[in-house]
Design a protein around this ligand. Structure first.
Ligand SMILES: Nc1ncnc2c1ncn2[C@@H]1O[C@H](COP(=O)(O)OP(=O)(O)O)[C@@H](O)[C@H]1O
Ligand SMILES: [Mg+2]
Length: 371
Protein backbone atom coordinates (compact mmCIF):
# COMPACT_ATOMS: atom_id res chain seq x y z
CA UNK A 1 0.00 0.00 0.00
CA UNK A 2 1.25 3.39 -0.97
CA UNK A 3 2.00 5.22 2.32
CA UNK A 4 1.79 8.70 0.81
CA UNK A 5 -1.48 10.57 1.07
CA UNK A 6 -2.47 13.81 -0.52
CA UNK A 7 -5.64 15.67 -1.34
CA UNK A 8 -7.27 14.81 1.96
CA UNK A 9 -6.50 15.62 5.56
CA UNK A 10 -3.83 13.48 7.16
CA UNK A 11 -3.89 12.27 10.75
CA UNK A 12 -2.14 10.13 13.31
CA UNK A 13 0.85 8.35 11.80
CA UNK A 14 0.28 10.03 8.45
CA UNK A 15 0.64 13.41 10.07
CA UNK A 16 4.19 14.74 10.38
CA UNK A 17 4.31 16.46 13.76
CA UNK A 18 4.49 20.24 13.83
CA UNK A 19 5.05 20.77 17.57
CA UNK A 20 5.48 24.55 17.52
CA UNK A 21 2.26 25.19 15.63
CA UNK A 22 0.39 22.50 17.51
CA UNK A 23 1.40 23.98 20.85
CA UNK A 24 0.51 27.49 19.83
CA UNK A 25 -2.89 26.52 18.45
CA UNK A 26 -3.71 24.26 21.40
CA UNK A 27 -2.86 27.06 23.84
CA UNK A 28 -5.18 29.51 22.05
CA UNK A 29 -7.99 26.94 21.95
CA UNK A 30 -7.64 26.32 25.67
CA UNK A 31 -7.88 30.04 26.33
CA UNK A 32 -11.06 30.23 24.25
CA UNK A 33 -9.27 32.60 21.92
CA UNK A 34 -10.47 33.03 18.34
CA UNK A 35 -7.80 32.35 15.76
CA UNK A 36 -7.42 32.79 12.06
CA UNK A 37 -5.13 30.43 10.28
CA UNK A 38 -3.74 31.33 6.95
CA UNK A 39 -1.41 29.70 4.53
CA UNK A 40 -1.29 28.64 0.92
CA UNK A 41 -3.25 25.67 -0.33
CA UNK A 42 -1.96 22.23 0.65
CA UNK A 43 0.34 23.48 3.39
CA UNK A 44 -1.58 21.46 5.97
CA UNK A 45 -3.94 23.95 7.63
CA UNK A 46 -6.94 21.64 7.89
CA UNK A 47 -4.83 18.68 9.00
CA UNK A 48 -3.13 20.76 11.68
CA UNK A 49 -6.44 22.00 13.07
CA UNK A 50 -8.06 18.56 13.14
CA UNK A 51 -4.99 16.86 14.60
CA UNK A 52 -4.52 19.50 17.29
CA UNK A 53 -8.17 19.26 18.34
CA UNK A 54 -8.11 15.46 18.22
CA UNK A 55 -5.31 15.48 20.76
CA UNK A 56 -7.18 17.81 23.13
CA UNK A 57 -9.09 15.32 25.17
CA UNK A 58 -12.86 15.76 25.47
CA UNK A 59 -12.91 18.73 23.12
CA UNK A 60 -15.53 18.40 20.44
CA UNK A 61 -15.25 19.97 17.04
CA UNK A 62 -17.92 21.52 14.87
CA UNK A 63 -16.24 21.58 11.47
CA UNK A 64 -17.81 23.42 8.52
CA UNK A 65 -16.09 23.74 5.16
CA UNK A 66 -17.20 26.94 3.45
CA UNK A 67 -15.49 26.28 0.12
CA UNK A 68 -17.54 27.87 -2.67
CA UNK A 69 -20.36 28.76 -0.30
CA UNK A 70 -23.02 30.45 -2.37
CA UNK A 71 -25.57 32.15 -0.09
CA UNK A 72 -26.29 32.86 3.55
CA UNK A 73 -28.83 30.02 3.43
CA UNK A 74 -26.09 27.68 2.23
CA UNK A 75 -23.75 29.05 4.91
CA UNK A 76 -26.16 28.43 7.79
CA UNK A 77 -27.03 24.99 6.46
CA UNK A 78 -23.39 24.01 6.33
CA UNK A 79 -23.03 24.91 10.00
CA UNK A 80 -26.21 23.03 10.88
CA UNK A 81 -24.91 20.02 8.95
CA UNK A 82 -21.64 20.27 10.90
CA UNK A 83 -23.52 20.30 14.20
CA UNK A 84 -25.52 17.24 13.13
CA UNK A 85 -22.28 15.47 12.18
CA UNK A 86 -20.80 16.19 15.60
CA UNK A 87 -23.91 15.01 17.39
CA UNK A 88 -24.08 11.91 15.25
CA UNK A 89 -20.57 10.92 16.24
CA UNK A 90 -21.63 11.31 19.89
CA UNK A 91 -24.70 9.15 19.27
CA UNK A 92 -27.20 12.00 19.60
CA UNK A 93 -28.37 12.04 16.01
CA UNK A 94 -32.03 11.46 16.88
CA UNK A 95 -32.19 14.44 19.15
CA UNK A 96 -30.67 16.76 16.64
CA UNK A 97 -32.74 15.33 13.79
CA UNK A 98 -35.85 16.23 15.76
CA UNK A 99 -34.57 19.71 16.43
CA UNK A 100 -34.05 20.32 12.73
CA UNK A 101 -37.03 18.32 11.52
CA UNK A 102 -38.27 21.37 9.56
CA UNK A 103 -35.10 21.09 7.45
CA UNK A 104 -35.80 17.41 6.85
CA UNK A 105 -32.27 16.15 7.41
CA UNK A 106 -31.39 12.99 5.49
CA UNK A 107 -28.44 10.85 6.49
CA UNK A 108 -26.44 8.92 3.95
CA UNK A 109 -23.01 7.40 3.65
CA UNK A 110 -20.42 9.08 1.47
CA UNK A 111 -19.47 6.42 -1.09
CA UNK A 112 -15.86 7.61 -1.20
CA UNK A 113 -14.97 8.22 2.43
CA UNK A 114 -17.51 5.85 3.98
CA UNK A 115 -18.37 8.59 6.48
CA UNK A 116 -21.94 9.59 7.27
CA UNK A 117 -23.09 12.75 5.55
CA UNK A 118 -26.25 14.77 5.92
CA UNK A 119 -28.29 16.81 3.53
CA UNK A 120 -30.96 19.33 4.37
CA UNK A 121 -34.08 20.20 2.43
CA UNK A 122 -33.09 22.80 -0.14
CA UNK A 123 -36.63 24.14 -0.50
CA UNK A 124 -36.63 25.50 3.05
CA UNK A 125 -34.61 28.68 2.85
CA UNK A 126 -32.81 30.00 5.90
CA UNK A 127 -32.39 33.75 6.33
CA UNK A 128 -29.12 35.29 7.52
CA UNK A 129 -30.65 36.04 10.92
CA UNK A 130 -31.07 32.32 11.59
CA UNK A 131 -27.36 32.57 12.42
CA UNK A 132 -28.55 33.73 15.84
CA UNK A 133 -30.45 30.53 16.52
CA UNK A 134 -27.57 28.40 15.30
CA UNK A 135 -25.04 30.28 17.42
CA UNK A 136 -27.27 29.83 20.48
CA UNK A 137 -27.46 26.15 19.73
CA UNK A 138 -23.68 25.92 19.58
CA UNK A 139 -23.49 27.67 22.93
CA UNK A 140 -25.94 25.18 24.42
CA UNK A 141 -23.58 22.33 23.59
CA UNK A 142 -20.58 23.99 25.18
CA UNK A 143 -19.59 23.15 28.72
CA UNK A 144 -16.40 23.17 30.77
CA UNK A 145 -16.22 19.39 30.75
CA UNK A 146 -17.08 19.03 27.07
CA UNK A 147 -15.77 22.14 25.40
CA UNK A 148 -16.66 22.95 21.81
CA UNK A 149 -14.37 24.32 19.11
CA UNK A 150 -15.94 25.72 15.98
CA UNK A 151 -13.88 25.50 12.79
CA UNK A 152 -14.93 27.52 9.77
CA UNK A 153 -12.61 26.36 7.00
CA UNK A 154 -12.08 28.24 3.71
CA UNK A 155 -13.64 31.16 5.53
CA UNK A 156 -12.64 33.68 2.84
CA UNK A 157 -15.36 32.28 0.60
CA UNK A 158 -17.96 33.91 2.82
CA UNK A 159 -17.08 37.04 0.86
CA UNK A 160 -18.78 35.46 -2.16
CA UNK A 161 -22.16 35.97 -0.55
CA UNK A 162 -24.30 38.77 -1.89
CA UNK A 163 -25.05 39.76 1.70
CA UNK A 164 -21.53 39.05 2.99
CA UNK A 165 -21.38 42.21 5.11
CA UNK A 166 -24.67 41.50 6.83
CA UNK A 167 -23.80 37.85 7.40
CA UNK A 168 -20.38 38.73 8.83
CA UNK A 169 -21.90 41.37 11.09
CA UNK A 170 -24.53 38.96 12.40
CA UNK A 171 -21.96 36.26 12.98
CA UNK A 172 -19.61 38.63 14.75
CA UNK A 173 -22.36 40.03 16.97
CA UNK A 174 -23.03 36.53 18.29
CA UNK A 175 -19.48 35.26 18.50
CA UNK A 176 -18.26 38.17 20.56
CA UNK A 177 -20.49 37.09 23.43
CA UNK A 178 -19.27 33.50 23.29
CA UNK A 179 -15.94 34.30 24.84
CA UNK A 180 -15.40 30.72 26.05
CA UNK A 181 -15.81 29.11 22.67
CA UNK A 182 -12.82 29.28 20.37
CA UNK A 183 -13.68 29.90 16.73
CA UNK A 184 -11.02 28.94 14.23
CA UNK A 185 -11.22 30.59 10.85
CA UNK A 186 -8.96 29.07 8.22
CA UNK A 187 -8.34 30.12 4.69
CA UNK A 188 -5.99 29.77 1.80
CA UNK A 189 -6.30 33.02 -0.04
CA UNK A 190 -4.12 35.31 1.93
CA UNK A 191 -5.29 38.72 0.86
CA UNK A 192 -8.98 38.09 1.18
CA UNK A 193 -8.73 36.50 4.62
CA UNK A 194 -6.46 39.32 5.75
CA UNK A 195 -9.14 41.78 4.68
CA UNK A 196 -11.73 40.22 6.97
CA UNK A 197 -9.55 40.50 10.07
CA UNK A 198 -7.35 43.50 9.37
CA UNK A 199 -9.62 45.99 7.68
CA UNK A 200 -10.98 48.53 10.18
CA UNK A 201 -14.21 48.59 8.15
CA UNK A 202 -14.77 44.86 8.66
CA UNK A 203 -17.02 43.47 11.42
CA UNK A 204 -14.23 41.02 12.26
CA UNK A 205 -11.51 43.65 12.61
CA UNK A 206 -8.94 42.43 15.17
CA UNK A 207 -11.35 39.81 16.47
CA UNK A 208 -9.00 36.85 16.10
CA UNK A 209 -5.29 36.34 16.32
CA UNK A 210 -3.38 35.14 13.26
CA UNK A 211 -1.37 31.94 12.97
CA UNK A 212 0.58 31.37 9.77
CA UNK A 213 0.99 27.86 8.40
CA UNK A 214 3.92 27.57 6.02
CA UNK A 215 5.95 24.58 4.86
CA UNK A 216 6.77 21.91 7.45
CA UNK A 217 10.23 22.10 9.02
CA UNK A 218 12.48 20.67 6.31
CA UNK A 219 14.58 18.29 8.40
CA UNK A 220 11.57 16.89 10.17
CA UNK A 221 9.57 16.41 6.98
CA UNK A 222 12.52 14.81 5.17
CA UNK A 223 12.89 12.26 7.96
CA UNK A 224 9.14 11.62 7.83
CA UNK A 225 9.31 10.98 4.06
CA UNK A 226 12.42 8.76 4.34
CA UNK A 227 10.64 6.64 6.95
CA UNK A 228 7.61 6.25 4.73
CA UNK A 229 9.78 5.03 1.85
CA UNK A 230 11.40 2.61 4.27
CA UNK A 231 8.07 0.81 4.73
CA UNK A 232 8.54 -0.50 1.19
CA UNK A 233 12.28 -0.95 1.64
CA UNK A 234 12.90 1.95 -0.67
CA UNK A 235 15.72 4.36 -0.08
CA UNK A 236 15.91 7.85 -1.49
CA UNK A 237 19.15 9.77 -1.78
CA UNK A 238 19.47 13.08 0.04
CA UNK A 239 20.01 14.88 -3.26
CA UNK A 240 16.90 13.44 -4.84
CA UNK A 241 14.83 14.32 -1.82
CA UNK A 242 16.13 17.85 -2.16
CA UNK A 243 15.04 17.90 -5.80
CA UNK A 244 11.57 16.62 -4.83
CA UNK A 245 11.18 19.44 -2.31
CA UNK A 246 12.38 22.01 -4.83
CA UNK A 247 10.06 20.83 -7.64
CA UNK A 248 7.18 21.16 -5.14
CA UNK A 249 8.29 24.51 -3.70
CA UNK A 250 8.27 22.82 -0.27
CA UNK A 251 4.48 22.47 -0.22
CA UNK A 252 3.64 19.36 1.88
CA UNK A 253 0.66 18.19 -0.20
CA UNK A 254 2.61 18.41 -3.45
CA UNK A 255 5.64 16.68 -1.93
CA UNK A 256 3.42 13.80 -0.79
CA UNK A 257 1.88 13.58 -4.26
CA UNK A 258 5.27 13.36 -5.96
CA UNK A 259 6.55 10.84 -3.40
CA UNK A 260 3.39 8.81 -3.97
CA UNK A 261 4.20 8.72 -7.69
CA UNK A 262 7.82 7.79 -6.92
CA UNK A 263 6.53 4.92 -4.84
CA UNK A 264 4.20 3.76 -7.63
CA UNK A 265 6.91 3.85 -10.28
CA UNK A 266 9.61 2.02 -8.27
CA UNK A 267 9.82 -1.48 -6.88
CA UNK A 268 10.31 -2.94 -3.42
CA UNK A 269 13.92 -2.50 -2.35
CA UNK A 270 14.66 0.20 -4.94
CA UNK A 271 17.23 2.92 -4.56
CA UNK A 272 15.51 6.07 -5.66
CA UNK A 273 17.77 8.56 -7.41
CA UNK A 274 17.35 11.58 -9.68
CA UNK A 275 16.54 9.56 -12.77
CA UNK A 276 13.33 8.28 -11.16
CA UNK A 277 11.92 11.77 -10.69
CA UNK A 278 10.98 12.45 -14.34
CA UNK A 279 9.30 9.03 -14.51
CA UNK A 280 7.22 9.82 -11.43
CA UNK A 281 6.40 13.25 -12.84
CA UNK A 282 5.18 11.63 -16.07
CA UNK A 283 2.71 9.61 -14.04
CA UNK A 284 1.39 12.80 -12.44
CA UNK A 285 1.24 14.55 -15.84
CA UNK A 286 -0.82 11.68 -17.23
CA UNK A 287 -3.31 12.07 -14.38
CA UNK A 288 -3.50 15.83 -14.65
CA UNK A 289 -3.22 16.28 -18.41
CA UNK A 290 -6.87 17.20 -18.95
CA UNK A 291 -6.52 20.07 -16.49
CA UNK A 292 -3.37 21.36 -18.21
CA UNK A 293 -5.04 21.18 -21.60
CA UNK A 294 -8.00 23.16 -20.33
CA UNK A 295 -5.62 25.83 -19.13
CA UNK A 296 -3.89 25.96 -22.50
CA UNK A 297 -7.29 26.44 -24.11
CA UNK A 298 -8.37 29.34 -21.95
CA UNK A 299 -5.16 31.38 -21.89
CA UNK A 300 -4.12 33.72 -24.70
CA UNK A 301 -0.86 33.38 -26.59
CA UNK A 302 0.67 36.17 -24.57
CA UNK A 303 -0.44 34.62 -21.27
CA UNK A 304 1.05 31.29 -22.33
CA UNK A 305 4.34 33.01 -23.14
CA UNK A 306 4.29 34.49 -19.69
CA UNK A 307 3.56 31.13 -18.07
CA UNK A 308 6.44 29.52 -19.91
CA UNK A 309 8.64 32.46 -18.93
CA UNK A 310 7.65 32.05 -15.27
CA UNK A 311 8.34 28.30 -15.47
CA UNK A 312 11.79 28.84 -16.98
CA UNK A 313 12.96 32.07 -15.37
CA UNK A 314 11.09 32.13 -12.07
CA UNK A 315 8.61 34.71 -10.86
CA UNK A 316 10.72 37.21 -8.96
CA UNK A 317 11.18 39.85 -11.64
CA UNK A 318 8.80 39.31 -14.55
CA UNK A 319 8.98 42.98 -15.48
CA UNK A 320 12.78 43.04 -15.84
CA UNK A 321 14.40 43.39 -19.24
CA UNK A 322 16.01 39.97 -18.81
CA UNK A 323 12.59 38.39 -18.32
CA UNK A 324 11.02 40.30 -21.22
CA UNK A 325 13.81 39.19 -23.51
CA UNK A 326 13.77 35.61 -22.26
CA UNK A 327 10.02 35.22 -22.55
CA UNK A 328 9.59 37.11 -25.83
CA UNK A 329 7.00 39.52 -24.45
CA UNK A 330 7.66 43.00 -25.84
CA UNK A 331 6.37 45.23 -23.02
CA UNK A 332 6.21 45.26 -19.25
CA UNK A 333 2.63 46.53 -19.42
CA UNK A 334 1.57 43.39 -21.31
CA UNK A 335 3.25 41.30 -18.61
CA UNK A 336 1.25 43.07 -15.92
CA UNK A 337 -2.02 42.47 -17.74
CA UNK A 338 -1.22 38.81 -18.30
CA UNK A 339 -0.15 38.37 -14.65
CA UNK A 340 -3.44 39.82 -13.45
CA UNK A 341 -5.43 37.57 -15.73
CA UNK A 342 -3.51 34.44 -14.67
CA UNK A 343 -4.05 35.37 -11.03
CA UNK A 344 -7.79 35.82 -11.66
CA UNK A 345 -7.81 32.37 -13.23
CA UNK A 346 -6.03 31.05 -10.11
CA UNK A 347 -3.23 29.60 -12.21
CA UNK A 348 -0.62 31.69 -10.43
CA UNK A 349 -0.54 33.65 -7.18
CA UNK A 350 1.71 36.28 -5.67
CA UNK A 351 3.41 35.50 -2.40
CA UNK A 352 6.55 36.79 -0.71
CA UNK A 353 7.68 38.91 -3.67
CA UNK A 354 7.27 36.15 -6.17
CA UNK A 355 4.70 35.01 -8.74
CA UNK A 356 4.24 31.29 -8.23
CA UNK A 357 2.33 28.47 -9.84
CA UNK A 358 -0.71 27.31 -7.87
CA UNK A 359 0.10 23.82 -9.15
CA UNK A 360 3.87 23.21 -9.27
CA UNK A 361 3.30 20.22 -11.56
CA UNK A 362 1.91 22.50 -14.25
CA UNK A 363 5.22 24.34 -14.12
CA UNK A 364 7.12 21.04 -14.35
CA UNK A 365 4.94 19.99 -17.28
CA UNK A 366 5.56 23.22 -19.20
CA UNK A 367 9.28 22.65 -18.79
CA UNK A 368 8.97 18.99 -19.77
CA UNK A 369 6.93 19.75 -22.89
CA UNK A 370 9.47 22.39 -23.89
CA UNK A 371 6.62 24.51 -25.19
N1 LIG B 1 1.57 17.52 8.95
C1 LIG B 1 1.56 16.90 7.77
N2 LIG B 1 2.27 15.77 7.58
C2 LIG B 1 2.28 15.15 6.39
N3 LIG B 1 1.65 15.60 5.31
C3 LIG B 1 0.94 16.73 5.42
C4 LIG B 1 0.84 17.43 6.65
N4 LIG B 1 0.06 18.50 6.46
C5 LIG B 1 -0.32 18.46 5.18
N5 LIG B 1 0.19 17.40 4.53
C6 LIG B 1 -0.02 17.06 3.12
O1 LIG B 1 -0.74 18.11 2.51
C7 LIG B 1 -2.02 17.64 2.04
C8 LIG B 1 -3.04 18.72 2.24
O2 LIG B 1 -3.26 18.92 3.61
P1 LIG B 1 -4.43 19.86 4.14
O3 LIG B 1 -4.43 19.79 5.60
O4 LIG B 1 -5.69 19.53 3.42
O5 LIG B 1 -3.90 21.28 3.64
P2 LIG B 1 -4.67 22.68 3.50
O6 LIG B 1 -5.85 22.64 4.42
O7 LIG B 1 -3.65 23.70 3.89
O8 LIG B 1 -5.04 22.80 2.05
C9 LIG B 1 -2.27 16.37 2.81
O9 LIG B 1 -3.09 15.48 2.09
C10 LIG B 1 -0.86 15.82 2.93
O10 LIG B 1 -0.47 15.22 1.72
MG1 LIG C 1 -7.86 22.90 3.99
Amino acid sequence: MNPFHYGQIVKEEDFCQRPELDKKLAAEIKRGQNVYIQGERRTGKTSLICETIRKLRKTRMIYADLLEVKSSDDFVKRIVTAIIAMENSAGFADKIFRKFSHLRPVASVDPITGLPTFTLDSSVELKPDSIHGVADLILSYHSKTKPIVVVLDEFQDILNLGDARETLALLRSKIQFQSDIPYIFAGSIRNKLDGIFNDPESAFFKSAIPIQVGPIDKDRFQKFIINKFRIGKRRITADSLKTVFAVCFNIPGDIQQLCGALWDTTAYGADIADRQIPIALEQIFAHELKGYETILKIVSKQQLKLLIGLARLGGRAPMSSVFLKGSGIPQASSVQRALNRLMDLKIIFYYEDEYRFVNPFLRAWLLYKKL
